[in-house]
Design a protein around this ligand. Structure first.
Ligand SMILES: NC(=O)c1ccc[n+]([C@@H]2O[C@H](COP(=O)([O-])OP(=O)(O)OC[C@H]3O[C@@H](n4cnc5c(N)ncnc54)[C@H](OP(=O)(O)O)[C@@H]3O)[C@@H](O)[C@H]2O)c1
Length: 353
């Protein structure tokens, strides 16, 4: 029996998640919520550029709540806790890349109650945060003892991230520096990345200050830069660096950093990605010291097809669905779930041979 899955929102992550559900042997797509009025009433197959699937898109929360489904992959622009609570209360497990990675008991008390009321589970996941900022540094730390420092760092050229709303409203590109530095972005990002830092701190048992230090820097364009937002003009924000650090005696013991650049040619300060280019880097200092560099989750300018990191983010959500559906109700983090893996392609799967 397949698990019945609803996709919530059909941006980059949503479209990739639908394709992932269709490729997963244990999952079936039964519903889809869309934001744009132009997508309402259309067959979801058409929305993802494929043949009809017999699933019609709706923009009604009530329709989705009323649906017989096991799980919702929730990937809108910004999370709405009331929506998530309604989905949970209706008995649907929710898997999402937009929050609840490692929430504090206090901040998530209401939504946890909704999950318990609906006998459902909420699980936050993703890539960064939700993978390379937390889960994978923790996995690699298992190969070291006496750990003194953990670092997770992303180096990305965001000219391939075709999500103008996320770039502008979540990441703060294309604004004047003052607005970017004082706007709500830091708080929005803090939500995810501070939880990533705290997960590592708690799991590894660092006696860190409970307040995670968050700092940010901006670089501005020195010449017009073509970007998914349109042209970023000289003086507008075209590079962002955020650091989130857990401290013991004012010294960082866990640090998550993102380096988000709109190319390397026209920035002031003249930030670069370094000779190794786009990558995720993880470092564990202990016995022994470990550095791991992961490439392959970044598209390059000129590549066709969806951004690889977005497909990876969606895959992590999709592959988590069976474990989340099998888990006890409440809010469960990746520390609570068993190992999540990908699945064999249909033509190589056991039951097909
Ligand atoms: N944790 C991670 O590693 C990770 C990685 C990537 C992305 N994310 C997060 O995942 C989310 C989706 O990213 P994406 O790349 O798919 O972005 P995207 O391509 O811009 O898609 C955003 C989606 O949100 C919908 N939307 C726009 N305005 C909305 C509103 N006011 N209310 C509800 N929905 C709205 C859009 O609808 P239409 O399509 O109808 O316009 C679209 O389906 C973002 O929050 C992003 O930060 C997390």
């Amino acid at each position: 029996m397949s698990l019945r899955v609803v996709q919530w929102a059909t941006g980059g992550v949503g479209v990739a998640a639908i394709k992932g559900v269709l490729e997963h042997p244990d999952l079936e797509l039964v519903g889809c919520w869309v934001h744009s009025p132009a997508k309402v009433g259309r067959d979801v197959g058409e929305l993802i550029g494929g043949p009809p699937l017999g699933v019609t898109a709706t923009n009604s929360l009530d329709d989705i709540v009323a649906l017989d489904a096991d799980a919702v992959i929730y990937a809108p622009l910004l999370p709405n806790p009331d929506e998530v609570a309604a989905l949970l209360r209706s008995g649907k497990n929710v898997i999402t890349p937009v929050g609840w990675l490692y929430p504090s008991e206090r901040s998530a008390a209401e939504i946890k109650q909704a999950a318990l009321d609906g006998n459902a589970t909420l699980h936050g996941t993703g890539m960064a945060p939700g993978g390379f900022s937390d889960k994978f540094p923790l996995l690699f730390s298992a190969f070291s003892t006496g750990v003194t420092f953990v670092r997770a760092e992303e180096f990305s050229d965001l000219r391939t991230y075709d999500a103008p709303d996320v770039l502008r409203h979540v990441m703060g590109f294309g604004e004047v520096p003052d607005k970017a530095l004082s706007g709500p972005m830091q708080k929005m990002l803090d939500g995810g990345f501070i939880q990533a830092v705290k997960m590592v701190v708690d799991q590894m048992g660092f006696a860190a200050d409970p307040r995670v230090r968050a700092t940010q820097e901006v670089a501005v364009a020195t010449a017009p830069i073509d970007s998914p937002l349109g042209v970023i003009e000289p003086g507008q924000v075209a590079g962002r660096r955020f650091h989130w650090e857990a401290l013991v005696d004012d010294e960082p013991v866990v640090r998550v950093t993102v380096n988000w650049l709109m190319g390397e040619e026209n920035l002031d300060p003249a930030w670069t990605l370094g000779p190794e280019g786009q990558r995720y880097e993880m470092e564990v200092r202990g016995n022994p010291d470990i550095t791991v560099t992961v490439k392959g989750f970044h598209s390059e300018v000129g590549d066709t097809g969806p951004e690889r990191g977005i497909v990876g983010t969606a895959a992590h959500c999709v592959n988590s669905v069976p474990a989340v559906c099998a888990a006890e109700p409440g809010i469960l983090t990746m520390l609570d779930l068993p190992l999540i893996s990908g699945k064999a392609a249909p033509h190589l799967a056991q039951e097909m041979r």
